[in-house]
Structures are given as structure tokens and as C-alpha cells.
Design a binder for this molecule. Structure first.
Ligand SMILES: [Zn+2]
Ligand SMILES: [Zn+2]
Length: 246
């Protein structure tokens, strides 16, 4: 939040060019869908942010629109809550270490990806020439006109569970976390009594399960540290243990 507000201040004072803040402000805030308890917690954060803004001498009309600053800050926090991406690295601590999440990023160009429970697009956060970047890649060939979908959650933990063992559990989890009822192609099949193992097997292809590793296969060019020596562009590699997918 502080970075977003700092960006806004820099854009207002002209010390930073561009209109990144406008793109963030244009995101939906889904405020009406948050529970009173969540809004109360946002309100406490907004109070702290107001103190910060006073301390740095931010103008009273820092945020656009007619809302008083406190309400506008709650609205900004709501935008962050429902539109941000986790920023993570695979720290290579060995099998089962999982990804290290070390922050959140608002990427206005990327929020238009809808969720699919069998996504056809994956993503990694990497440093590209010293600049933090979010990279997206196709998980399989896409048909012309096919919607590109990412997954908002860890769908499979390598033990067949992930966010839910059944389609009902999965949809309930998504609704609790992201305030929507998933109606993706996989959910429709499984809600209609279709075999839930079909989607699970497809997801398992994206995970390295060798020797208990649960790293994710990524295109070789997106391996941590770049494409490993000896691998081709079309190869896929586990970002945890470096194993090539066969
Ligand atoms: Zn779904
Ligand atoms: Zn692995």
C-alpha cells in the first residue's frame, strides 16, 4: 500500500512519469462483497496509512474521487485485496520447501486474466535485468479464440488435495477467497458428475513429483537463473530441483 501511495504522490508532483496509479484506481474494488469484519480490518490499516500520509505531507485530495480520504483508502485496500498477485521465488531449499512469497504486486495489465480450475497459462515472478517482472507462459497450445486462464490458487499440492478434494470444496474455497462462484469448464464438467481425476491428472503433469519434490515445471527459459545448460527452449524444467520434464 505504501508503495502504491508513494507512486501516486510521485505522479502528482511530477517526479515520476506515467499513470500507473490511474490503472490501479480503475480496478474494481468489490467492496460490497467484503464482510463487515474484513472492512473493519481495512479501516484499521487505513487509519495507519492516514498517519503516514500526514507525516509525509501528502495533499488531502491525494486519492481521486469524492470519498473522504479514510474511505478512499479502504477502497484502495479493497482493490489490492482482490487484484494483487503474490510475488515469490523458489528458494531452492530442497524438495517440499515450497515457494517463498515475499510480497504482493498490483499488475493492472494482468488482472484481466480470469481464473480457471484447469488453467492454460502459468506465471512466475522473476528479476529480469534487475527489474522485478511477472512472466506468463502458455501451459499448453491454445486454440484460436480460447480464453487464456490462470489459476488464482494452488490447485494441487501434489497429494491430490490443493484447495479442495472435491469440486464443491474447491468452489467454496474460491468463493471465500475471491468472492466469485467458479463456473469454469472443469467445474461445469465435475458439477455435472464428470470424472474429477481428469483435471487432477492434467494438473499433476505441471508438478514434479519425483522423490517428493513438489516444484512446478516451467519453460526452460523461465528456470531460476535462466535456461540450464544443455536444455532446449522447448524443454520444461522443475523450478525446485532442476529436473527436466520427460
Ligand atoms: Zn472452476
Ligand atoms: Zn522437482
Amino acid at each position: 500500500m505504501l508503495r502504491v501511495l508513494r507512486r501516486r504522490m510521485d505522479e502528482i508532483t511530477g517526479s515520476s512519469s506515467g499513470s500507473a496509479f490511474d490503472a490501479v484506481w480503475a480496478l474494481c474494488d468489490n467492496r460490497a462483497h467484503f464482510s463487515p469484519a474484513r472492512i473493519a480490518s481495512f479501516s484499521r490499516i487505513a487509519t495507519a496509512l492516514e498517519s503516514y500520509l500526514r507525516a509525509v505531507g501528502a495533499p488531502a485530495d491525494l486519492l481521486p474521487g469524492p470519498l473522504p480520504l479514510h474511505d478512499a483508502l479502504i477502497s484502495l485496500i479493497s482493490r489490492e485485496e482482490c487484484n494483487s498477485f503474490g510475488v515469490y521465488t523458489f528458494a531452492r531449499k530442497g524438495p517440499r520447501s515450497g515457494r517463498d512469497s515475499h510480497g504482493l504486486a498490483l499488475i493492472p495489465d494482468a488482472v484481466y486474466f480470469n481464473h480457471g480450475c484447469l488453467p492454460n497459462v502459468g506465471h512466475v515472478s522473476r528479476n529480469v535485468d534487475g527489474v522485478p517482472a511477472y512472466l506468463f507462459y502458455a501451459l499448453r497450445d491454445l486454440d484460436a479464440g480460447e480464453e487464456a486462464e490462470i489459476s488464482y490458487v494452488e490447485l494441487d499440492d501434489g497429494e491430490g488435495a490443493g484447495v479442495g478434494r472435491t469440486v464443491t470444496e474447491r468452489r467454496d474455497t474460491l468463493e471465500r477467497l475471491f468472492l466469485f462462484r467458479c463456473d469454469c469448464a472443469r467445474c461445469r464438467v465435475e458439477m455435472g458428475g464428470g470424472d474429477s481425476d481428469v483435471g487432477r491428472r492434467e494438473l499433476a503433469r505441471m508438478l514434479c513429483l519425483e522423490g517428493g519434490c513438489r516444484g512446478r515445471f516451467v519453460p526452460a527459459d523461465m528456470a531460476v537463473g535462466g535456461r540450464p545448460v544443455g536444455l532446449e527452449e522447448e524443454d520444461w524444467v522443475c523450478e525446485a530441483c532442476g529436473r527436466k520434464r520427460v
